[in-house]
Design a protein around this ligand. Structure first.
Ligand SMILES: Cc1ncc(C[n+]2csc(CCOP(=O)(O)OP(=O)(O)O)c2C)c(N)n1
Ligand code: SF4
Ligand SMILES: [Mg+2]
Length: 351
């Protein structure tokens, strides 16, 4: 982790959000990533989303694994809870924290190596269990931190910087998340803040497992000709299915788009997702349709982006387990340990 902190200078004219906070209140330490790394743009989008949603930073728990991507939790939300875990283990650490305290907003940040290689099992179980979290994969197709080996998301036939051709099939995390039952599935591009910021805002408000796979070029090891995760490749092959606006439950609803090209999706908490359709026949409520669309377009070499699937009635892990609402650290000893008589009764019921 970096030790460089930012000077605490505030310009008095900086814009403030509903809490009276400026963007500076959502920043972290100075990034030590390579200048131009896609991951830094994702950090900027996370900061923007939290600023616009006027989130109290102490209500966020940011949890990551290992990699350049996983380092980024140090570069935003200085005043939030943070845990930089072991390689590929972010989902289980986050699941445990979430079970202990459901009142926090859980932001899991990972890389394609961290998620699709060593952490694939962990990723799968967080998605299928419906852990209420925003799972951001900063996907560059390589292990950036360990100097650019192909990761499991590198496309077959794509070339490394030294010209080696990747012979293995790639893992599409979006396709997996759809199959595993995630209730909010999106793909975006680090260079498209207009698309990414509302997706992050909507995913934060979504009360279930939300995956955002963000293609995030590694300028040091995977931004050359022959790569399918370079800035040029993604810009040329980006196939957006929709454009999203996010409106919180608190804001007045003002929709001024062409009828027919817009779809308003109401979420559980009253917030609204305003989807401007780009692909006219794309339906973000059709899980099977999303899977077929994705396969068809990836076979054509296209990178499908946008909100690909959302379930209006998500269920999360706590609902499945019927857990107590209060964070465990607010329960008294008596509540946590109801005594030997109760234990005896439970044991008797199991005999
Ligand atoms: C258990 C374990 N195995 C291997 C490593 C070495 N290692 C560190 S980061 C990394 C891959 C990171 O790739 P990715 O998650 O894609 O992040 P990026 O650096 O590309 O953002 C590996 C293999 C490790 N730290 N721990
Ligand atoms: S090595 Fe790649 S992923 Fe890591 S900081 Fe540099 S550009 Fe970013
Ligand atoms: Mg990577």
């Amino acid at each position: 982790m970096t030790y460089i902190t930012k000077p605490k200078f505030y310009h008095p004219a900086l814009p403030k959000n509903a809490l009276g906070y400026t963007h500076r209140d959502y920043e972290g330490k100075i990034s030590t990533l390579c200048a131009g790394c896609g991951h830094d743009s994702i950090t900027a989008s996370i900061i923007e989303a939290c600023f616009e949603l006027a989130i109290e930073p102490h209500r966020v728990a940011k949890i990551s694994g290992i990699g350049c991507s996983s380092k980024t939790t140090d570069y935003f939300l200085n005043a939030s809870h943070g845990f930089n875990s072991v390689h590929g283990r972010m989902p289980s650490v986050l699941t445990g924290a979430n079970l202990a305290n459901r009142e926090l907003i859980y932001l899991g940040v990972s890389g394609d190596g961290d998620t699709a290689s060593i952490g694939l099992g962990q990723f799968a179980h967080a998605m299928r269990r419906g852990v209420n979290m925003v799972y951001i994969v900063e996907n560059n197709g390589v292990y950036g931190l360990t100097k650019g080996q192909f990761s499991a998301t590198a496309d077959r036939g794509s070339k490394s910087k030294r010209g080696v051709v990747n012979a293995d099939s790639s893992i599409d995390l979006v396709a997996m998340a759809l199959q595993l039952g995630a209730t909010f599935v999106a793909r975006s591009f680090s260079g498209d803040k207009t698309q990414l910021v509302p997706l992050i805002k909507a995913a934060i408000e979504h009360e279930g497992a939300a995956l955002i796979d963000v293609i995030s070029p590694c300028i040091a090891f995977n931004n050359h000709e022959g790569s399918t995760k370079s800035f040029d490749y993604v810009r040329e092959h980006n196939e957006a299915v929709n454009r999203l606006d996010f409106i919180t439950a608190r804001a007045p609803i003002k929709v001024d788009y062409e009828p027919g090209s817009v779809q308003v999706i109401e979420q559980h908490d009253g917030s609204r997702l305003v989807l401007k359709k780009v692909a006219a026949d794309y339906d973000p409520h059709d899980r099977l349709g999303a899977m077929a669309f994705l396969q068809k377009h990836s076979a054509m070499g296209q990178v499908v982006t946008g909100l690909l699937y959302v379930d209006r009635e998500p269920e999360d892990l706590h609902r499945h387990f019927n857990t107590v609402e209060a964070p465990l650290n607010t329960l008294s000893e008596k509540e946590l340990c109801p005594g030997s008589a109760v234990l005896e009764k439970i044991n008797a019921s199991l005999r």
